[in-house]
Design a protein around this ligand. Structure first.
Ligand SMILES: Cc1ncc(C[n+]2csc(CCOP(=O)(O)OP(=O)(O)O)c2C)c(N)n1
Length: 406
């Protein structure tokens, strides 16, 4: 096996790099595919957006919000606030206040752009990193932190905002999203006055290797389910680069299932929003699913338990730095006079206030009492669980006795 082995987290960095490079030499490195973009890295904005999708010309221009300064400023605000949230949460984890943190830095445009394209009646199925989408759905950010502090099994009520709970089992939510979409499709048939709705499944490039993705795409295509598959290709599945996981651009896989696939610059919030709005409309109107591959880069670690310097090349990190989604929209807002220093200063102050509030909220979160955790295992009382609870209560009581003698 030797050099042909796929890299895993236990392998040395040289092995990962060698595997990546041999993928390129094999011709497994992705060939060119159009990547839709309107906002360039230097902040210049193209006037329109069109492309061939599944062999047909599509004009995305009607879905572009680029001429609306209020809207562009609000996209920037969302991206700025969620990055601040990410930084604060990382700091809280480092101080031992959260058990783990899953950062999103670098993926703000993919998440805010796609999240802002959703209508209230649409339903989002996230993985575990979609904090930006949560923000656009109006989920309280502190609720997400309750999950990572370990004081709740879920965090929020998914039905309140049509934003499902986080899913740690990779790709499982893609099946849920398709099933939910098929349910909405049937509700629609029963009640034509319901507003047309679609579901959206978020997953990563690594999750695209899971069987669940394949099964959900086959089902979605077979039943023209109103679902958008939204893949954030952030280049890495922990230590495995996406070039090892796929021989063709991920967006191209959609062709094999028989529905449109689009690769969009995942660091261009305006293009992501336009493409997702088009895809959702396509799905809601009964034309079936769409796969969007948002090509991006996670500038931060996989989680706070991970050290990307063990496998990622600093050269790649430097290469992606100038493509930062916030920097390019800031450049556009400033160069067009849509935002001035005062706007950015006010936003900085707003983000600081938000961070202080979140910190206070986390410090005041207490663990639920033990009995309630046991009560959440089964819907009905269960003799074995009750016996285990009695045992645990006795065990805990033993420490109280020890305290008296200390
Ligand atoms: C079914 C399953 N297999 C393996 C894992 C372990 N695991 C957690 S995250 C991860 C990598 C995921 O990479 P990707 O889908 O690209 O998403 P990213 O975390 O990069 O956003 C793996 C293998 C898991 N959670 N679930």
């Amino acid at each position: 096996m030797n050099g042909n082995r796929l890299p895993t987290a236990e392998f040395e960095v040289e092995e990962v790099v060698r595997a990546t490079h041999s993928a390129e030499a094999d011709g497994r490195q992705e060939p060119g595919i159009d990547m839709l973009q309107v906002l360039a890295a230097d902040g210049t904005m193209a006037a329109g957006l069109s492309a061939q999708v599944a062999g047909r010309p599509v004009d995305f221009s009607p879905y572009l919000s680029s001429s609306d300064p209020d809207h562009l400023r609000s996209l920037y605000r969302d991206m700025f606030l969620i990055r601040r949230f990410d930084q604060e949460s990382t700091a809280l984890q480092r101080q031992g206040q959260l058990a783990l943190w899953v950062p999103l830095t670098g993926q703000e445009a993919a998440q805010i752009g796609s999240g802002r394209a959703l209508e209230p009646q649409d339903y989002a199925f996230p993985t575990y990193r979609e904090h930006g989408v949560a923000l656009t759905r109006g989920v309280e950010l502190a609720e997400i932190l309750r999950l990572f502090r370990g004081v709740t099994n879920g965090g929020w009520d998914p039905r309140e905002r049509n934003f499902h709970l986080y899913t740690l089992v990779l790709a499982a939510q893609s099946l849920h999203a398709v099933g939910y979409a098929m349910g909405m499709q049937r509700d629609q048939l029963a009640d034509p006055f319901l507003p047309p709705a679609a579901s959206i499944a978020y997953f990563g490039d690594g999750a695209s290797s899971e069987g669940d993705i394949h099964e959900s795409m086959v089902f979605a295509a077979s039943f023209d389910a109103p679902v958008v598959f939204f893949c954030q290709n952030n280049q890495w599945a922990i230590s495995v680069p996406s070039t090892v996981q796929t021989r063709v651009p991920l967006a191209q896989r959609a062709e094999g299932y028989g529905f449109p696939g689009i690769r969009v610059d995942g660091n261009d919030v305006v293009a992501v929003e336009a493409v997702t709005r088009w895809a959702l409309e396509h799905a809601r109107s009964g034309k079936g699913p769409v796969l969007i591959e948002a090509y991006t880069y996670r500038m931060s670690a996989h989680t706070t338990a991970d050290d990307p310097t063990k496998y990622r090349l600093s050269h790649d990190e430097q290469e992606w730095q100038p493509r930062d989604p916030l920097v390019r929209l800031e450049a556009h807002l400033r160069s067009t006079g849509m935002a001035d220093d005062a706007f950015f200063e006010d936003l900085g102050a707003e983000a600081r206030t938000m961070a202080t509030g979140l910190r206070q909220a986390v410090l005041s979160m207490t663990a639920p009492d033990l009995a309630s955790r046991f009560a959440a295992v089964y819907a009905e009382p269960h003799p074995l669980i009750q016996e285990e609870l009695r045992f645990f209560e006795q065990y805990e009581a033993g420490f109280a006795d020890e305290g008296k003698h200390a």
